[in-house]
Design a protein around this ligand. Structure first.
Ligand code: GAR
Length: 199
């Protein structure tokens, strides 16, 4: 029997401007990332990235976390929506919600995150200011597989930038973000090529 490869499909979760999501869309368009995007889903109705995705003809959905009584109920609704697309990977791109263990386990091995630090350093928030305050000479971003512990899990790829003498959190964040935009498509490409999907 001849095996045919199927193009892996991904769902992207965002909470805000979605610049990492845009870099993934651009990598698909220029032919360097062999995936299709089934949906972009936001927990915030006003996420700027939703407009870009809609204009690009991508299916979008909003699951507004403020409409749920608990984190568990929100995560369940989010998981149900994601499941309708049966994605090969679920890509967290600036998705600013802490996930329940049940959600993470439901998508075990398929859930990918980008975090603006050289993990395991600086898990959590305000990573750029914390790197400056700690006197780091280098900072960066990590793409990692999500496990129940926050900003933990195996690192797929990292990108490094220097911390300059006069850096503010904003200037450092901008330097890191520029790297994120090539890092995330490259990491997704690495994952899909490593896990060839056959139908
Ligand atoms: C990115 O810098 C991403 O690394 C960070 O939020 C930003 C989202 O930007 N993610 C986290 O801090 C996750 N803990 P974007 O919406 O323009 O992609």
């Amino acid at each position: 029997m001849v095996k045919t490869t199927k193009t892996p499909n991904i769902v992207i979760l965002i909470s805000g401007r979605g610049s990492n999501m845009i870099s993934i869309v651009e990598a698909i368009k220029d032919g360097s990332l062999p995936v299709t995007i089934s949906a972009v889903i936001s927990n915030r109705p006003d996420a700027a990235g939703l407009i870009y995705a809609q204009n690009a003809g991508i299916n979008t959905a909003v699951i507004d976390h403020t409409q749920f009584e608990s984190r568990e109920l929100f995560d369940q609704a989010m998981a149900n929506e994601i499941d309708t697309h049966a994605p090969d990977l679920v890509i967290l791109a600036g998705f600013m919600r802490i996930l329940t263990t049940a959600f993470v386990e439901h998508f075990a091995g398929k859930l990918v995150n980008i975090h603006p630090s050289l993990l395991p350093k600086f898990k959590g928030l305000h990573t750029h200011q914390r790197a400056i305050d700690a006197g780091e000479k280098e900072h960066g971003a990590s793409v990692h597989i999500v496990t129940p512990e926050l900003d933990d899990g195996p690192v797929v790829l990292q990108a490094r930038v220097p911390v300059l003498e006069n850096d503010t959190a904003d200037s450092l964040a901008a330097r890191v973000l520029e790297q994120e935009h090539t890092l995330y498509p490259a990491a997704i490409r690495k994952l899909v090529l490593a896990n060839k999907i056959f139908t």
